[in-house]
Design a protein around this ligand. Structure first.
Ligand SMILES: O=P(O)(O)OC[C@H]1O[C@H](O)[C@H](O)[C@@H](O)[C@@H]1O
Length: 552
């Protein structure tokens, strides 16, 4: 496909020369960056006013270091950068992934039947639903035991093999929705090319009762193919019949030829399309393991949650648009307050893999050094995302959040109702979430510390400067619907930031060089006496490895 896309009539204008950017700079250096204590003191209703709700999610951004003037300037920047036109272009299926000449149309994956979304004049919504229908039929068969293994036994464990977007989404979603998972089925996820991953995931499994889902958009990914071959060998070593592959392997890919070449019948393949980016694919057929775990009806509830946030993002005015607000607040923190990272802190054990999922979504999307027209960006792009579930993080790195020298904006995520109704321990969890946001924002002054009778020498150690920004996202319950809405919220806020920076949020050229060098190096490791032509450090490391690795 060779298509080009003109994003913005004045895309040539450098971001920092835009009057709106200059205005924000002056604002940040002048009165714009007021303390949270001052901001809250000046407006008794700030906590209710700087909040918005959509698709079942409540976003409180009052603890961000912004005033109404800051928010207005950020919206003016968004307007100047053509955000509205970019949102429309995404939903219209235009090739906004300019360097790959493709649409980025994950919103079509959750469009309800009857909606029309075209790529090159072809309505893709019926295709999406045709795959969902096939997935549902297959998922039901595995769930109710009609799909049996080669020896006629029921499938007891589903192993998803994939990496990057073909792993992080499925793993995160399975963990997040584990409460809804069918209890007599187990799920494992193998991603790393380190053989230990496959070994430990399968050590206690019976091949006759195991189903592998090989997930790879391209079906060329080294790690996934290596693990898929290991799985095939493991399976055939026990079942002694090539025909077993057809009962124990299915594939999810856009590459039917690759799937066939591996030996999986394309009849056992679930497809998707080049306009779905890997990190935007957990709601495509890549979510097959999720669908088997929670069932087709709940999978559709998750899609409805995604869709509700999509509609909100497309239609809501920017001043109450959750993804726009989150995206713009991220720009403010990153580019004007100098915060290099974002801590993602879910107060939900089930969201344990959510920070890892967001790392790919945010950092592979917006970790870019050139603008769409190939010029070096002038400002920092994608902030580093990291995090751990609360309350565990509190007993680890929160010290730095409260008293360290770096500014780390935090996203707190919590749920009003526990999945285990009436469990009072949930209040304890949520009390911690609320307490952390409050402590970060307002701190504790030397005066307050002294008033507690603290010895003078300890006062500076016990002061909390406060003024550390956070947002809090609350949903009623962790359901497939709220998970879908939450993921879409982050997808679109990442998009908003990419639009401001004028970068391609949908390519990932930065992963290629390492892959390429690994190929050469692997060949060298296999040779008896290779001529090493790397730098002296890499040559020495390879020699050291070859000397010490043993006979193999
Ligand atoms: O799904 P696959 O084609 O196997 O790709 C898996 C992953 O690997 C690539 O290197 C990309 O960086 C990721 O965006 C992608 O999700």
């Amino acid at each position: 496909m060779d298509r080009t896309f003109q994003h913005d009539t004045n895309a040539g204008t450098a971001l920092t020369r835009r009057p709106q950017w200059q205005a924000l700079l002056r604002h940040a250096q002048g009165t714009g960056d007021r303390s949270l204590r001052e901001l809250f003191a000046a407006d008794p209703h700030r906590g209710e006013r700087l909040a918005a709700e959509a698709a079942g999610l409540y976003l409180d951004y009052s603890k961000q270091r912004v005033g109404d003037d800051t928010l207005r300037l950020l919206r003016e920047l968004a307007d100047a950068c053509g955000l509205r036109a970019r949102i429309d272009a995404m939903f219209a299926g235009e090739p906004i992934n300019a360097t790959e000449g493709r649409a980025a149309l994950h919103v079509a994956l959750r469009a309800p039947p009857g909606e029309r979304i075209e790529v090159d004049g072809h309505d893709v919504v019926p295709d999406v639903h045709a795959v969902l229908t096939r997935m549902a039929a297959f998922a039901d068969q595995v769930r109710d035991g009609r799909w049996v293994g080669h020896t006629g036994q029921r499938i007891r464990t589903v192993v998803n093999i994939g990496i990057g977007g073909s792993d992080l989404g499925p793993t995160m979603a399975y963990e997040a929705l584990r409460h809804y998972s069918q209890r007599d089925l187990a799920f494992r996820f193998v991603s790393n090319v380190d053989p230990a991953d496959f070994l430990e995931a399968t050590r206690d499994l019976d091949p006759a009762q195991t189903l592998f889902i090989v997930c790879s958009k391209t079906f060329t990914t080294q790690e996934t193919l290596a693990n898929a071959h290991a799985a095939r060998a493991w399976c055939l070593a026990a079942l002694h019949d090539e025909a077993a592959v057809a009962r124990h392997f299915v594939a999810v890919s856009t590459n039917a030829d690759g799937v066939r070449a591996f030996g999986i019948d394309p009849g056992n393949m679930f497809g998707f399309w080049d306009w779905v980016g890997g990190r935007y694919s957990m709601d495509s057929a890549i979510g097959l393991s999720t669908m088997i775990a929670i069932g087709p009806a709940r999978f559709r509830e998750m899609l409805a949650g995604f869709h509700a946030m999509d509609v909100h993002f497309r239609d809501a005015p920017f001043d109450r648009n959750l993804p726009v607000l989150m995206g713009l607040l991220g720009i403010w923190n990153n580019n004007f307050l100098g915060a290099a990272t974002v801590a993602v802190l879910p107060y939900a054990q089930y969201l344990g893999r959510f920070p890892a999922y967001l790392q790919q979504l945010a950092m592979e999307s917006n970790g870019k050094h050139v603008t769409l027209d190939g010029r070096r960006v002038e400002v920092h792009t994608g902030p580093i995302h990291w995090g751990e579930p609360g309350t565990n993080g509190q007993h680890s790195f929160y010290q730095l959040l409260h008293q360290g020298t770096r500014l780390v904006p935090c996203d707190f995520i919590g749920f009003c109702q526990p999945l285990d109704p009436g469990n009072a321990q949930h209040d304890l969890l949520m009390a911690n979430l609320f307490a952390q946001g409050e402590a970060l924002a307002f701190g504790k002054s030397a005066q307050q510390v002294r008033a507690e009778g603290t010895a003078e020498a300890l006062v500076p150690h016990r002061v909390f400067e406060g003024n550390r920004p956070s947002s809090t996202i609350l949903a009623d319950r962790l359901t497939p619907h709220s998970l879908g809405a939450l993921v879409a919220l982050y997808e679109h806020s990442v998009f908003v930031q990419g639009a401001i920076w004028n970068i391609d949020s949908f390519d990932q050229w930065g992963v290629e060089l390492g892959k390429q060098l690994a190929k050469t190096t692997e060949a060298e490791l296999a040779t008896a006496a290779p001529q090493l032509q790397h730098d002296s450090s890499t040559n020495a490391l390879i020699r050291h490895y070859r000397e010490r690795r043993g006979p193999g």
